[in-house]
Design a protein around this ligand. Structure first.
Ligand code: NAP
Length: 302
């Protein structure tokens, strides 16, 4: 069922978590692996395990061009690109700083898109190639205080769907991996961003219209990642990426973790009214917040 991996593999965001696990899985399979990160000193273990390591910041055009051209010079056109680098910018739609949101889109969406543009000419010439985008179950459903992260993963879904059809005639196959809760540095980074928009880990006293929602969102995140029935290690994600890179007929989408599968099905089958009710209950949110008493308008202003 599996084909032999053809050509070198380039993986972004290998300093930790899913990226590091994916790099290790490809190395075990005997592939030529380029493991990349913004800080290449974080890749010492992977270098020792046999990976070529490169500096690659997916928000830096020069860094992306240099990485792709280095791989192509040394080993020919890319066989597989794994767009993994990414993080969650958490906070409510009203409170989150849009400059921070733009930076997140630069990483999660435009970084992946630009790398795809850079590797495709080589893949088309070779008449083969695999592109594996690390999306999220968060590209299929949305939680409050996560709207901007989900928006970036929904964007990646649309981009991947268009790309899959566009490049199929050139022998290039494209898959999306949609992990649920995976125990990596992701949750810590997300908590820090939530704090930046008024979440409970901020040093300032948390007040404001969304203080309770932010507190509950942090609580849902903490308990979800702590619960090993709801969360998983990065290894099942790496296994799916390897399948997407090697199977003769890779799947379009791989939802990872049983809990994520259940949530995606619930969202799809139940519709947004029922899903909203489930989420409101999970985040302990009333359908309507208590509002301050309306200020009486002086009679002479009627
Ligand atoms: P992680 O351990 O925090 O890893 C994120 C990686 O992305 C790190 O290597 C980080 O590098 C890198 N990165 C961030 N900005 C970058 C940039 N501008 N250029 C290059 N690399 C950059 O979290 P993870 O869980 O492994 O996340 C990997 C992917 O899985 C992300 O796309 C995430 O959205 C997705 N995902 C995660 C989960 C989950 O629950 N963990 C669920 C669904 C999807 P630095 O060390 O330099 O910051």
């Amino acid at each position: 069922m599996n084909t032999q991996l053809d050509g070198p593999v380039l993986i972004t965001g290998c300093s930790s978590g899913i990226g590091a696990a994916v790099a290790r899985a490809f190395l075990r399979s005997g592939a030529t692996v380029y493991a990349t990160a913004r800080r290449p000193e974080t890749l010492a273990d992977l270098a020792e395990a046999g990976a070529h390591v490169l500096a690659l910041d997916v928000t830096d055009e020069k860094s992306m061009q240099e990485a792709v051209s280095r791989v192509e010079t040394e080993h020919g056109p890319l066989g597989t690109l794994v767009n993994n680098a990414g993080y969650g910018e958490y906070g409510t739609v009203e409170e989150t700083d849009l400059d921070r949101v733009r930076r997140q889109f630069d990483t999660n969406v435009f970084g992946a898109a630009r790398l795809i543009q850079l590797v495709l000419p080589g893949m088309r010439r070779a008449g083969r190639g695999r592109i594996v985008n690390i999306g999220s179950m968060g590209g299929r459903l949305t939680f409050p205080a996560g709207g901007y992260y989900h928006a970036s993963k929904y964007a990646l879904e649309a981009l991947t769907d268009a790309l899959r059809v566009e490049v199929a005639p050139f022998g290039i196959q494209v898959s999306l991996i949609e992990p649920g809760l995976i125990r990596t540095s992701f949750a810590d980074t997300a908590s820090n961003t939530l704090a930046a928009s008024g979440g409970p880990r901020t040093s300032a006293p948390h007040e404001g219209a969304y203080a309770e929602l932010n507190r509950n969102a942090q609580g849902v995140m903490d308990s979800g990642y702590r619960n090993h029935l709801l969360s998983a290690t990065p290894e099942p994600v790496a296994k799916a990426v390897l399948h997407a890179a090697r199977a003769r007929r890779p799947r379009h989408r791989y939802v990872i973790t049983p809990a994520a599968k259940a949530m995606v099905h619930l969202r799809r089958l139940a519709g947004s009214r029922v899903f909203d009710a489930v989420v409101r209950r999970q985040f302990r949110l009333p359908a309507r917040a208590a509002v301050a008493q309306p200020v009486p308008v002086p009679l002479n202003q009627h």
